[in-house]
Design a protein around this ligand. Structure first.
Ligand SMILES: [Zn+2]
Ligand SMILES: [Zn+2]
Length: 647
């Protein structure tokens, strides 16, 4: 008998060689049907694999990330089996599970192409094979044997992968007529895969190397129930409708130009104004929290970044130095603002009484990204961080953390990111020598972060071993309206830069001490934040932030004069107002205003012009009835005030 420990620490005895699936069956039959993988002493196993000694186990269902991974990885194998049946002689690269499904990179052979048009037929074959309920069988195999298997299949890609594996660690998985080099884990059988959708075909270089052959990558997703697939496809549709690149174009917020360069966004007037409002909003908050604005140039001497260590990180693989023609100096496009702020700190001697010092800058930085990695505003080559660096004494860390948390929570609240999680990244307890800074300071800092987030009521996950070598951090992840997770806002402690720049302050003991540095950026970058905000709100920004707050729609040309009068009054009252004087029907004007996501529509005709009133319509809220112009101004002011004045 062996002892099996469950997550609630209860222990049961089973016969040696029992499997996760057997254990699930012993608990309940309905549970057994849902189990897709099992955690055994922290490793993820096939639920059918025999357990031969005492172990702690955790049963995973599809809903667990570990379960999805096994499910989608098994689906990739199923797709490969279908492909092999349709395209004999096809060769396989890699076929992993990803965040939202799976893919397989394949080489269909000379003269054979697979396109989107082929997906339904592959999908059909997969369903056919799934219904056979073939088991996924794991085989431990010697390197010589495995080489023979793939030599017989003439699969040069797999043979290349096998080269790098150590004998004695290699496993194969077989289901139906398909065999693959694979670590697993996999489902018990293909029958659990009930709903399948192949999504798209793309090109992908073998091993990501553009000098090597381009393979065909086929993306798909699968579920244990048809209903789940339908929900997922619906979500994909919604995500497409909310794509910030599409909405950014419709609302004329930003653009890209090949002439200017890939990954370098150009902010159009409406987008620039929106971004300015966000920046002013944050500037106001920061001012209340004692931040001082600084400004630094877009380039810096290479030596600055050698000192900071950023040259080592970004130098070779990023934009190359700019040389001066006469003095032979080398400058780098700024990859980070921190080194500049460290120099500002060193501008004069600092005393313990001066600390904390908080320097804030909307600093634009440049980092090279491969063109294939660029994506709208979320992955760019130049972006503006809402950056700040706090220089403080070790005993001030906790208070400073609490203040930064306050700022981030205020932003989330104002912009309706109600669903968020936080994670604290600490040292790996067993490898403390990997980290810079004294053990004592680390202990203090880690304690300070834990206490600060506790006192602020954050429900935080603590991850050991996830800290950067230079300090622990706290990350905020928000869920958007579609339930997708985005990382926004990081508070990062840093012991390294103060050391590298030899930053000092004179303590109350008249001795020199090192300050601690905190990097923090609540938005992350303006570009990324605006992208997330667009996708979260579907372009329907809160009233205080939205580009155009009001549009006046005269029913006919006769009322243009009155409409112009209203326009002037509203614009003079600092309400961003447009007018639609096209000779279109009112229904058409209303629809177009809705597409432009303008929150308030003012319809003016004979009655309104006569009585000096407005017919007010609010998007998503319907008719608000007739109102005097002054009352309407008050409505807008009140709404803006409610949205922004909670600090
Ligand atoms: Zn595999
Ligand atoms: Zn920084």
């Amino acid at each position: 008998m062996i002892k099996i420990t469950f997550p609630d620490n209860s222990v049961r005895e089973y016969t040696e060689g029992t499997s996760g699936l057997d254990i699930a069956k012993s608990l309940s039959n309905s549970l057994a049907k849902e189990v897709v993988a099992v955690g055994v002493n922290g490793e993820i196993w096939d639920s059918m694999r025999p357990i031969n000694s005492n172990a702690s186990i955790k049963l995973y269902k599809f809903n667990d990330p570990e379960g999805k991974h096994a499910f989608w990885h098994s689906s990739a194998h199923l797709m490969a089996e279908a492909l092999e049946a349709i395209y004999p002689g096809i060769k396989f690269g890699i076929g992993p599970a990803i965040d939202n499904g799976f893919y397989y990179d394949v080489d269909p052979g000379d003269g054979v192409t697979i396109t989107d048009a082929d997906l339904p037929k592959i999908e059909k074959k997969m369903k056919e094979l799934a219904s056979l309920k073939n088991t996924y069988t794991r085989k431990e195999i010697s390197k010589d044997e495995v080489i023979k298997v793939f030599q017989d299949k003439r699969d040069s890609y797999k043979l290349e992968l096998i080269e790098e594996l150590e004998d004695g660690t290699i496993t194969l998985y077989e289901q139906g007529n398909f065999i693959d080099l694979c670590r697993g884990p996999h489902l018990p059988n293909t029958g659990q895969i009930k709903a399948i959708k192949l999504l798209s075909v793309a090109g992908a270089y073998w091993r990501g190397d553009e000098k090597r052959k381009q393979l065909t990558r086929i993306y798909g997703v699968s579920f244990p129930k048809q209903k789940l697939l339908e929900e997922h496809l619906e979500l994909l549709e919604q995500a497409k409708a909310r794509d910030h690149r599409k909405i950014g174009k419709e609302l004329e917020l930003f653009m890209f130009s090949q002439q200017v360069g890939q990954g370098l966004p150009l902010w159009l007037p409406k987008g620039a104004a929106l971004r300015e409002r966000l920046q002013n909003f944050l500037k106001n908050v920061q001012k209340k929290y004692g931040y001082e604005l600084v400004m630094t140039p877009h380039i810096g001497n290479k030596d600055l970044y050698v000192t900071s260590g950023h040259y080592e990180k970004y130098g070779k693989d990023s934009f190359q130095p700019i040389n001066t023609p006469q003095e032979n100096e080398e400058f780098l496009l700024k990859p980070m603002n921190c080194p500049h702020h460290c120099e500002i700190y060193k501008n004069k001697p600092r005393s313990y009484k001066d600390l904390p010092i908080r320097y804030a800058e909307f600093g634009t930085v440049y980092r090279y990204e491969q063109s294939g990695e660029l994506h709208g505003l979320t992955r760019v080559r130049g972006f503006t961080q809402d950056d700040a660096h706090i220089f403080c004494r070790p005993d001030q860390l906790k208070d400073e953390f609490k203040k930064v948390i306050d700022i981030i929570l205020y932003i989330f609240k104002t912009l309706d990111f109600e669903d968020f999680t936080t994670q604290i990244s600490l040292r790996d307890k067993d490898n403390k020598e990997k980290y810079i800074g004294s053990d004592e300071n680390w202990d203090k800092a880690e304690q300070a972060i834990i206490e600060a987030s506790d006192e602020k009521g954050l429900k935080t996950i603590i991850e050991y071993g996830e800290a950067a070598f230079y300090g622990p951090k706290l990350d905020f992840m928000v869920k958007d309206a579609l339930g997708r997770s985005w990382q926004l806002g990081t508070i990062q402690v840093d012991y390294s830069l103060p050391e590298r720049f030899e930053l000092e302050y004179i303590g109350s003991d008249d001795q020199k001490h090192r300050p601690v540095m905190i990097h923090r950026a609540p938005f992350g970058s303006m570009e990324r934040f605006v992208a997330v905000l667009i996708e979260h709100t579907a372009g329907k920004f809160p009233l205080w932030l939205t580009p155009d707050q009001v549009i006046i729609l005269p029913i006919s040309e006769k009322y243009h004069e009155y409409a112009e009068k209203v326009l002037n009054f509203l614009n003079n009252s600092d309400i961003r107002t447009l007018i639609d004087t096209r000779s279109e029907k009112i229904g058409r004007k209303i629809r177009d205003a809705e597409l432009q996501r303008i929150p308030y529509l003012l319809i003016v005709g004979e009655r309104e012009a006569e009585n000096n009133t407005l017919s007010v319509r609010k998007q998503g809220d319907g008719d608000k009835g007739a109102m005097s112009i002054e009352d309407f101004v008050e409505v807008i002011r009140q709404e803006v005030k409610e949205q922004t004045s909670e600090l």
